[in-house]
Ligand binder design. Structure first.
Ligand code: PMV
Length: 335
């Protein structure tokens, strides 16, 4: 191991979509069916180091301190192959990646993970990509990762056409909103790995859910409304649109055959807490991803009250308050 160079280390944060991505129209190129819009968080960073290993026959992948195997390892190796192809190089690499949250629990570890890997691997292989190209590359690991390249708010284009045209036109870009700085209270109701991967769940939803097309169509309207609400800095409207978009996405999964249900009794208890907050005059709106955890959008001043209410609604959950966070970047030597 000591024969390896210092390598390149990147840090990236997860993002939570206010307008969700769900469903791919090209699984190999990872092209979404719908545009999505997210907020990158300032919590749960992923740190990833990539060192080239000219002697090695295969890539080494350490995930949270242990050698990765099976599908998680395969996804990293496929991603490195892509980077090697872009760089015109063949050396194998040693990858060491650490998530601040449990991997695969619906906490967007794949978003921060592939954003960090894109930044660290391109640096290690001597590629100098602009943010758009980095975002496009990160998308190949996980579509949501395209958004974690950027800090604050980001819009991911589903792209147009097929093949190379689709690949070139599907990437995220920042949505500059310097004055919009809400809080996102994260209620962790269960940090265990999910029963169905988001990949498998998406495929099943697209192939079997009679509600999928309807949601994808309504999501276009949600995005238009969301952009207007964000520009006005209207947190109430942003929250309402985000909540309906997320519940609609979960409805598509519930109607899949067989159903995919990520929401647990504790999720529903937290959602009841959110409704109670609104009845009490507190602007609080929920969104859920491919897991039982709930993220609640609110004004920063209201975050302590929101956190307290969610804890009381679902005893045993843990809460923490996130704000908008930075984009993916290389770490300097002295960090
Ligand atoms: O990119 P993936 O496979 O992590 O997809 C996750 C998609 C959702 O988190 C459910 C929604 C989104 O847009 O992030």
């Amino acid at each position: 191991e000591s024969l390896l160079g210092p390598g390149s280390t990147a840090v990236a944060h997860p993002n939570i979509a206010l307008i969700k991505y769900w469903g791919k129209r090209d699984e190999q190129l990872v092209i979404p069916y719908v545009d999505s819009l997210s907020m990158t968080l300032d919590v749960f960073p992923t740190h990833t180091t990539v060192r080239l290993d000219p002697e090695a026959q295969t890539d080494g992948v350490i995930l949270d301190g242990r050698p990765a195997e099976g599908e998680p390892r395969r996804r990293v190796v496929v991603f490195l192959d892509l980077v090697r192809e872009l760089a015109g190089r063949t050396e194998r690499a040693a990858v060491d990646t650490r998530n601040a949250v449990p991997t695969g629990a619906g906490l967007a570890s794949s978003a921060s993970g592939f954003a960090a890997l894109a930044v660290a691997a391109t640096a290690a292989y001597g590629l100098d990509l602009d943010p758009t190209a980095l975002s496009r590359l990160a998308r190949r690991g996980s579509a949501s990762a395209s958004r974690s390249i950027f800090g604050g708010f980001a819009l991911c284009h589903a792209g147009r056409g097929v093949g190379e045209a689709a690949d070139l036109s599907s990437y995220a870009e920042p949505v500059p909103l310097p004055d919009f700085d809400p809080a996102l209270v994260v209620a962790l109701v269960n940090a265990g790995p999910k029963a169905v991967s988001s990949r498998a769940a998406m495929r099943r939803t697209v192939e079997t859910s009679p509600l999928y097309q309807a949601w994808a169509t309504s999501s276009k309207g949600d995005l238009t409304d969301m952009r207007a609400a964000l520009l006005r800095g209207d947190l109430e409207a942003v929250g309402e649109i985000a909540e309906r978009n997320a519940l609609g996405m979960h409805a598509t999964m519930l109607a899949a055959r067989p159903a995919v249900r990520y929401l647990s009794p504790a999720t529903v208890a937290v959602l009841d807490g959110v409704l109670q907050l609104r009845k009490d005059g507190v602007a609080a709106y929920a969104t859920m991803d491919a897991g039982p955890n709930v993220k609640v959008l609110c004004h920063p001043e209201a975050a302590p009250r929101v956190a307290e209410t969610l804890l009381a609604a679902a005893p045993g959950c843990s809460v923490l308050t996130a704000r908008r966070g930075p984009g993916a970047r290389l770490r300097t030597a002295d960090e």
